[in-house]
Every structure is written in structure tokens, then in C-alpha cells.
Design a protein. Structure first.
Length: 367
């Protein structure tokens, strides 16, 4: 049996209405900053629980443009998670700022208790990463942000509809950055991203920044970027939005099923499932003994298991200039050796999950 990781073939296999919408859209020629984009931004803001949303060309740019609004510049420091995907760090570095890493805990998010000692006079922003569909403890982090008057940009790229105390990821601070990349929980057909904010002045500035700083066709108010979300992708987004809550629900259901069954295997440890957090399982990750062997076994059995990520960001060659050494972020290091991700998407069947569970059981029974 094969258990694939990418579910994209299924995601758009039953999309007659979407094709009709796309055909109508193409006939309008309304391709750049079009009506469908505005509609998508309004719907996305409502879905997340923010006043405004601004579509941009990627989740990376969603972070970068938000940091730009805050005024992050060459030589500033930005605190973020040591175990994130490269894009978070790339956005910080693109602005000439220095990423200051903080270790994670077993929820895969930044351990907020470690942040205060990283704050210096150069700290200009904090970028918590709501990693894997989990959420950073934003209640604690907001207290730190207020105490030191340091603004936050939430990297919610993996966490559409995750929440803490029923308040969604991306709404705990002035900027929530989301990715619409094809492998994200709400996915369009190319790169795409969106920023939510509830402050009008930030909304206006973000709109300027994503469109060359143009206030109209002929006047350039500030230096900006070409970072618009394609209106065509907004048509896809508008088709997906009504499905977004059921996508999250199905992923949660699948993860609960895995949890129930995999927790019976003593060599597998399930990460903490904290009660007041809703995890939306962009990734389903557990800790596994003999992880490398288990991964090889799963791959041999046709299961596309993965490691997110085998070499932590702080140890990547591109981060050499930070002069970190192995062991600086021990929990991140421990995770890199023990985590394994299994497919958990909304299209996965019970049969496929049972096969994954069986293979993991078989592997440990053989050693
Ligand atoms: C944690 C995290 N931050 C940022 C991004 C950037 O998103 P994008 O690929 O849309 O630029 C991603 C996407 O993979 C991500 O996983």
C-alpha cells in the first residue's frame, strides 16, 4: 500500500464550480488587485477574526512586509524560533536584521520563558512561529511584548484556524502572517500569502508596500515591493474558504485517531495536547525511538513519512555568521533526532491511517 504525503490531486478533483468561477473570472480580465481579491481578503479576515486582510505573494512576504511596517531595518535584532522553516528567518534577513533564536518546547513552538534573556536594546520585533499547526503561548508572550514595548508579528503560516482560548492564531498581535502555499491547510495554486491586522493604519501601509508604494497609477508614496496576491489565486481562495473549517476539523479528527492508537506503542511519545489550544495539524508529528530506522522502514513500506526538519535552522550553513554551535538549542536538537511526521491531511482514509499505525507497530515488534 502507498500512503502519499501530498494530497493535491484529491484536493481539486471535485471542483466543477471552481472551474466555472475561473472561466468567468478570466473573461473579466480583472487580473491585478481585482474584485475577487478584495472579496477573498474580506472573507479571510472574517474567518480569522481580524478587521482587515491584505493578500501578498507568499507567506514569506507576509512576514517581511509586516516587519517592514514595524520599521525593522539593517542591524536590528528580531527574536524568533530556532526550529522554524527557513522562510521565517529569510524574511528577517532580507531586511538586513539579525535573527535571534529561542529554543522550542515539546509543543514545537518557541519556549516563551526563554525570551526575556534574549532581549537587548537592538530588539525590534518578536516573531513567534505557530509551528506545525500548534500555537505559541501568546498570552504569556503578549505580556513580555507589553513589558518591553516590542511588537510581535505572528508567523501563522502553518496555523490557519489554530487557537488559544478560542482566539485564533494571527489575532493576538497587530500582524498575523499566513501562507497559502499549495501544501498549506488553505492552499491556492501557486505561492501566496495573506496578512491580517485590525489596525487601519497598518492595513493602509501594507496595501502600499505590496504594490510598489503606489497610491494611484502615477504617485509613489513610499518604496515598496511587487508582492500582490494574484487575483486568479484569490478565486481559488474564495472557493476554499467555505471548506476551511471542515478541513481543520478533519485534520484534528485524523490526529486524534493517530494519537489514540500510536500512544499504545511504548516507543512512541505523543507531544503534549494542551487543553486550551486548538491544534490544526498542518503537520502530524510524534517522537519516536530509533527514529531513523523507523523512517526507513516506513518509506520501504510505501508510507511517505518525513522529518520537519532534520537539520535545525540555526545549524544550516546559511546561518554560519551567527556563530552558533551544536547544543545551543538543546530541545530543537533533541527534536531533530526524534521527530517523525506522518500524512494527516483531510483526504487521508481510515484504511491509510490504519496501515501507518500497523507499520509502526510491526516495526517495533521486530526489533
Ligand atoms: C513556518 C513557516 N513560515 C513561513 C513560511 C513561508 O510561507 P511561503 O512558502 O508561502 O513563503 C512557511 C512555508 O512553508 C512556513 O512553514
Amino acid at each position: 500500500m502507498k500512503v502519499r504525503y501530498s494530497y493535491l490531486k484529491q484536493q481539486f478533483s471535485n471542483a466543477d464550480q471552481l472551474w466555472k468561477n475561473l472561466k468567468n473570472f478570466v473573461s473579466t480580465g480583472d487580473f491585478t488587485l481585482g474584485k475577487e481579491l478584495l472579496k477573498f481578503e474580506k472573507k479571510f479576515a472574517r474567518l480569522i477574526g481580524a478587521k482587515y486582510a491584505v493578500g501578498v505573494n507568499s507567506g514569506t512576504d507576509a512576514i517581511k512586509l509586516s516587519l517592514k511596517v514595524i520599521g525593522v531595518n539593517q542591524g536590528d535584532e528580531v527574536i524568533t524560533a530556532a526550529n522554524t522553516f527557513v522562510a521565517t528567518v529569510g524574511a528577517i534577513c532580507e531586511l538586513g536584521a539579525k535573527p535571534i533564536f529561542v529554543d522550542c518546547d515539546d509543543t514545537f513552538c518557541m519556549n516563551v520563558n526563554l525570551i526575556e534573556k534574549k532581549i537587548t536594546s537592538k530588539t525590534k520585533a518578536i516573531v513567534p512561529v505557530h509551528f506545525t499547526g500548534y500555537m505559541t503561548d501568546m498570552i504569556k508572550l503578549n505580556k513580555i511584548s507589553k513589558k518591553y514595548k516590542i511588537p510581535i508579528v505572528e508567523d501563522a503560516c502553518q496555523s490557519i484556524l489554530a487557537s488559544q482560548n478560542k482566539k485564533n492564531a494571527g489575532t493576538y498581535s497587530d500582524f498575523g502572517a499566513f501562507s497559502l502555499h499549495p501544501l498549506k491547510n488553505i492552499n491556492v495554486w501557486s505561492d501566496g500569502g495573506i496578512i491580517v491586522t485590525s489596525k487601519k493604519k497598518y492595513y493602509e501601509k501594507l496595501k502600499l508596500l505590496r504594490n510598489h508604494g503606489l497610491i494611484n497609477r502615477d504617485s509613489v508614496k513610499i518604496c515598496g515591493y511587487n508582492s500582490r496576491l494574484d487575483t486568479l489565486q484569490a478565486v481559488v481562495g474564495n472557493w476554499l474558504i467555505p471548506k476551511s473549517k471542515s478541513i481543520a476539523r478533519q485534520r484534528i479528527k485524523n490526529a486524534n485517531y493517530y494519537d489514540q492508537n500510536l500512544s499504545r506503542i511504548k516507543q512512541i511519545k505523543i507531544p503534549p495536547r494542551l487543553k486550551n489550544f486548538k491544534i490544526v495539524y498542518h503537520l502530524y508529528i510524534v517522537f519516536a525511538e530509533k527514529r531513523d530506522e523507523l523512517l526507513k522502514y516506513c518509506l520501504r513500506k510505501g508510507i511517505e513519512a518525513k522529518i520537519h526538519y532534520p537539520l535545525p535552522m540555526y545549524r544550516q550553513p546559511a546561518m554560519k555568521f551567527l556563530n552558533h554551535k551544536v547544543g545551543d538549542f538543546p530541545i530543537t536538537d533533541k527534536h531533530a533526532k526524534s521527530i517523525i511526521s506522518f500524512p494527516c491531511d483531510q483526504h487521508l482514509s481510515k484504511k491509510e491511517m490504519n496501515y501507518v499505525i500497523k507499520c509502526v507497530k510491526d516495526f517495533y515488534s521486530k526489533i
